[in-house]
Ligand binder design. Sequence first.
Ligand SMILES: [Mn+2]
Length: 356
Amino acid sequence: MEMTMRWYGSKFDTVTLKQIRQTAYVKGVITMLYDKQPGELWPQDEIHALKTEVEDAGLHISGIESVNVSDAIKTGSKDRDKDIDNYIKSLENLGKEDIHMVCYNFMPVFDWTRTELARRRPDGSTVLAYTQEAVDKIVPEKMFESIKGEMNGTVMPGWEPERMAHVKELFEMYKDIDENKLFDNLVYFLNAIMPVCDKYDINMAIHPDDPAWSVFGLPRIITDKAHILHLMQAVDNKHNGLTLCTGSLGTNLGNNLPDIIRSLPGRIHFAHIRNLKFHSPTNFEEAAHLSSDGTFDMYEIVKALHDIGFDGPVRPDHGRMIWDEVAMPGYGLYDRALGAAYLCGLFEAIGKADRK
Ligand SMILES: [Mn+2]
């Protein structure tokens, strides 16, 4: 495995490449061309410039999160083939720049959903949180309004104001899309891009739905072991894989995370590891990475990844906001650095114990 941190680029991120490098635990960054809309082509010269900037700072690009999939592709509307052509060209340009892992998601309208971006914990740290009761009270079009005041002036991935201005139209696009149609559209997309992934050895890593159930009546298809295995079999190519995101799959307490990991040897291409603390099955908040601070057993999760021979990038995913840092919610430096250190310790200990 390689420890990484997500980085939004020098124009958008409060964290610098120098800070990331100095954590020492982190060797690579997961990044993207943050100003590209879903469906837009990623030119090779822009990818190259990003890569050069990261390498000049003594790091490298371990993967992309995300090349976003357009709503035309997700809904299978008439423009999808044009967008898929752009997606294929973008992958080709990434492959030519020696980038071999791309995370993406297939969630309708909302990339991920939290109802609070700064829930205060007893120690004064703040975290992202979710309660179903709060979601049930929100009109979907007002979802963005309800959380934008807590974004610390940042643009959060998946919640770009340009897209959110059209939420009503987006809901309209998805009104006839059920789980089966969404799944078929995903398979259509993957079958179209597999040849370029084969040619450049690009691992596609779908991100699970977050939370792992239907929100606002929208279909969700990457929610549990059965759905994930179904997708792996539907497009049975090793380049069709998963981002194992503990904080997303783990929102459903029925999901056994180590068991899901063990069912997917060779198909997990990227891991997001973080912990959640549950107050009820539908009221949870993000916790410190430490097992004892939340609900998940991080040792068992890392052990399962080790046992299946996982060798892709790992990132600590979201962190708490601590030590008065002001940053994009979930993406401060301090707690993610603590998480990286803790996870590196687990990986090293488990790896060495296994060799004895
Ligand atoms: Mn994640």
